[in-house]
Design a protein around this ligand. Structure first.
Ligand code: C2E
Ligand code: MG
Ligand code: MG
Ligand code: MG
Length: 291
């Protein structure tokens, strides 16, 4: 009897496994053709200069429009990474981001930097360098408007390779941002070994900043150290006006988060750039009155 029970368990376990595998295979297949068919889209999230309260940059975040659904990167980037599709995906993102940023400039919109996220493998053996050079050349975008975001694990895993990659990008005139700072193990002094221009402070640091005095103290020292080391700071995941005001007061350079705007489609972002809306740290948007 016990044996039967065990066998049944194994059976249902195997069935679930099969379904999981089938689901992944289907997803991989769909993603492969999705990329070819042009189902990827970029959404854009504004980055605000905290003091001047102007849009100075934008982060390009990929989305997959499939079966009338909009799928978030968390749901397909891991599969793309496991199957090698990530190379096609990264290439598409970099080309599209450069093309779009140049198109905005050609439309006469005020120039902003555009940040792209790359997968971990792109920092090995400077794989991303020819891709980025090609994208800049083809789009005609000046290198100083492109920013590449890398996470801690991307640079810590293979330090020499990563350093080489980063130096090559820097020598082309591209800026580098450390993404999700605070989620890994590195200290700022260690980061100084890498030529980052910008540190993006992770949302988890920002969340309780107005309620948690210790968290706030850590944040203040991160910002002042970054300043000493000549790196800009960007706060990610800023959701409330209180956080916005506090971060601005302690000298954080840029703000990115729902408080101003979530990632939005191209047309909506263009609207932002065109409108030149004023933003008041106490009130949010100030409607433009008359002429
Ligand atoms: P990330 O680069 O750290 O991007 C920030 C994430 O935080 C985005 O999620 C964004 O929508 C979200 N976010 C921004 N402001 C707020 C806020 O105020 N509150 C909250 N709750 N969330 C906020 P998203 O777009 O789902 O992207 C998730 C991650 O997927 C990104 O994290 C990045 O690591 C990766 N990713 C996105 N696009 C690409 C891409 O084109 N290529 C690669 N390789 N990875 C990408
Ligand atoms: Mg990012
Ligand atoms: Mg981040
Ligand atoms: Mg600074």
């Amino acid at each position: 009897q016990a044996k039967d029970l065990g066998r049944n368990q194994i059976c249902s376990y195997t069935k679930e496994m099969n379904e999981l595998v089938r689901h992944r295979v289907e997803l991989e297949h769909a993603l492969r053709y999705g990329i070819e068919r042009g189902e990827l889209e970029l959404f854009y999230q504004p980055q605000l200069d905290a003091k001047r309260q102007l849009i100075v940059g934008v982060e390009a975040l990929v989305r997959w429009r499939h079966d009338e659904k909009l799928i978030s990167p968390g749901a397909f980037i891991p599969i793309a990474e496991e199957t090698g599709l990530i190379l096609d995906l990264d290439a598409w993102v970099v080309h599209e981001a450069c093309r779009q940023a140049k198109a905005w400039q050609d439309q006469g919109l005020s120039p902003v930097t555009i940040s792209v996220n790359l997968s971990a493998g792109q920092f090995r053996r400077a794989r991303c360098v020819p891709l980025i050079r090609d994208a800049l050349e083809r789009s005609g975008l000046e290198a100083r408007y492109l920013k590449v975001e890398a996470t801690e694990s991307m640079v810590m895993k293979n330090t020499e390779d990563a350093l080489d990659t980063m130096r090559q990008l820097k020598s082309m005139g591209i800026e580098l941002a450390m993404d999700d700072f605070g989620t890994g193990y590195s200290s700022l002094s260690y980061l100084k070994r890498f030529p980052f221009d910008q540190i993006k402070i992770d949302k988890s640091f920002v969340d309780n900043v107005t309620e948690d005095p210790e968290g706030a103290a850590i944040l203040r020292s991160v910002i002042s150290l970054a300043d000493t080391l000549g790196m800009q700071t960007v706060a990610e995941g800023v959701e409330t006006m209180d956080q916005f005001a506090y971060l601005t007061r302690i000298g954080c350079d840029q703000i990115q988060g729902y408080v101003y705007s979530p990632p939005i489609p191209r047309e909506a972002f263009e609207h932002f750039l065109q409108e030149d809306r004023s933003w008041d740290t106490n009130k949010g948007f100030v409607p433009q009155t008359g002429e």
